[in-house]
Ligand binder design. Structure first.
Ligand code: NAD
Length: 332
C-alpha cells in the first residue's frame, strides 16, 4: 500500500532504519532521502539504486511538486526520479531545534507544500513542546495530514537488526494507526510497537523510560564503586546484585565495570552503544517535562550533575563510561 516514502536524518539510527525500509518495501516504491551529510545518502543509493532517490533538501522530500525555482534540467530529473509523491515521511533528527528547522523553517516552507493525507512520523527523541508545536503547525496547514511522534528504543544495533521498540503518539483507534504501525514494523519488533495515546504521548513514554535508564545508570555506577572500594571482588558483587532484588539490565547486561560482561560497552573500550551525551539529553528532557507537568522528581538533578561532569571527557563514549568518574578518582 505504500506509494512512496521519505526519510530525513540519516545518522547512527536513521541510516540503518532507512536501509530496512528500502530493503523491505515492495518493488516500485521509492524512498526519497535527505541528510545534511551526502555520504549517508550516497551509501543508501549505492546499496539500493532502484529505490533510493537523493533529495537536495527537506522540502523536496515533503513536496508533492517540484519547485519552480529549480532549473528545467533539475526539475526534469526530479520528476523522472519520482520524488514528487511521498505519502509517508519519517524524520530521525538529534534534537528539537533540528526538528523545528526541518518542519517549520522558512527554508522548508511546509505551508506551501501539498500535505493532503500525508503522514509525517517523527522518531527523534525531543521535547514535548516542540513536538506539539510541529503537530499544530502541520494540522493548521492541512487537517487531513497527520504528524505522529514515534520515538524508538533499541540503540544502533536494534536499528540495524530492525528490532527497535516504537512508542507511538497515536491511539489504536485512530483511523491512521494501521498505516503508521505497519510502516514502523518494517524497522522494529512488531511486539514492541506500542500505541501510547494522543499527540506527544509517545515522547512522554520515551522520556519517562530514558529518565529511569539514566537514573539507574548512575545508581549502578555508584553501587559498583561502593562495593569495590569497600573490598568486595567485582565479580562477586556482580553475582550478588544479579541474585537479589537489585538485579536490573544496567547491572546485568550493561555493567559499567570492564571485564564483568564481555558484550558490555565497558569491556570494549566504552564504544557506543548509546552515547553519554544522548543519555544526558534524555534525562534533561525528563527534568524539563517534570517542570512542565509539575512532577516533584528529585533524582534528575543529581543524575544530571554526574552527566555534566562526565560529558567533557566521555560525552562521545557509551553512557556507561560515566563510571570512569568514580574509578578514575579511585586510581588518582
Ligand atoms: P545522529 O547525530 O547520529 O544523526 C542525526 C542525523 O541528522 C545526522 O546525520 C545529521 O546530519 C542529520 N541532520 C541534522 N540536522 C538536519 C537537517 N536540518 N536536515 C537533514 N538532516 C539533518 O543521531 P542518532 O544517534 O541517529 O539519533 C537520532 C535521534 O534518535 C536522537 O533524538 C536520539 O536521542 C534518538 N535515539 C538515538 C539512539 C542511539 O542509540 N543513537 C537510540 C534511541 C533513540
Amino acid at each position: 500500500e505504500y506509494r512512496n516514502v521519505g526519510f530525513i536524518g540519516l545518522g547512527v539510527m536513521g541510516l540503518p532504519m532507512a536501509k530496512n525500509l528500502a530493503r523491505k518495501l515492495p518493488d516500485g516504491t521509492k524512498v526519497a532521502v535527505y541528510d545534511l551529510s551526502t555520504a549517508a545518502m550516497d551509501e543508501l543509493s549505492q546499496e539500493f539504486p532502484n529505490k533510493i532517490v537523493k533529495a537536495n533538501n527537506a522540502r523536496e522530500v515533503f513536496s508533492h511538486s517540484v519547485s519552480r525555482s529549480y532549473s528545467a534540467c533539475t526539475r526534469t530529473r526530479l520528476l523522472k526520479t519520482n520524488i514528487i509523491s511521498q505519502n509517508l515521511i519519517v524524520t530521525m533528527l538529534p534534537e528539537g531545534k533540528h526538528v523545528s528547522s526541518v518542519y517549520m523553517s522558512s527554508e522548508t516552507q511546509l505551508d506551501s507544500v501539498d500535505l493532503k493525507n500525508k503522514i509525517l512520523i517523527d522518531s527523534s527523541t525531543i521535547d514535548v513542546e516542540t513536538s506539539l508545536a510541529v503537530a499544530d503547525h502541520v494540522a493548521k496547514i492541512d487537517s487531513s495530514a497527520l504528524f505522529c511522534d514515534a520515538p524508538v528504543s533499541g540503540q544502533a544495533q536494534g536499528a540495524i537488526d530492525g528490532t527497535l521498540a516504537f512508542f507511538l503518539g497515536i491511539s489504536e483507534s485512530h483511523g491512521k494507526y494501521k498505516v503508521v504501525s505497519d510502516l514502523v514494523r518494517l524497522m522494529g519488533n512488531k511486539d514492541k510497537v506500542l500505541p501510547c495515546g494522543g499527540p506527544s504521548l509517545g515522547l512522554v513514554a520515551k522520556i519517562s523510560h530514558n529518565y529511569l535508564a539514566g537514573v539507574m545508570s548512575v545508581a549502578t555506577c555508584e553501587t559498583m564503586d561502593l562495593g569495590i572500594r569497600a573490598g568486595l571482588d567485582p565479580k562477586m558483587l556482580y553475582r550478588v546484585l544479579c541474585a537479589g532484588a537489585a538485579r536490573n539490565p544496567m547491572v546485568e547486561h550493561a555493567n559499567p565495570v570492564p571485564g564483568l560482561v564481555p558484550t558490555a560497552a565497558s569491556s570494549n573500550g566504552y564504544k557506543p552503544g548509546f552515547r553519554a551525551s544522548l543519555m544526558a539529553k534524555d534525562v534533561s528532557l525528563g527534568v524539563q517535562m517534570a517542570q512542565t507537568y509539575k512532577s516533584n522528581i528529585v533524582l534528575g538533578a543529581p543524575t544530571m550533575d554526574v552527566y555534566r561532569r562526565a560529558l567533557p571527557k566521555y560525552g562521545g563514549y557509551d553512557f556507561t563510561a560515566i563510571y570512569r568518574l568514580y574509578a578514575d578518582d579511585q586510581n588518582g
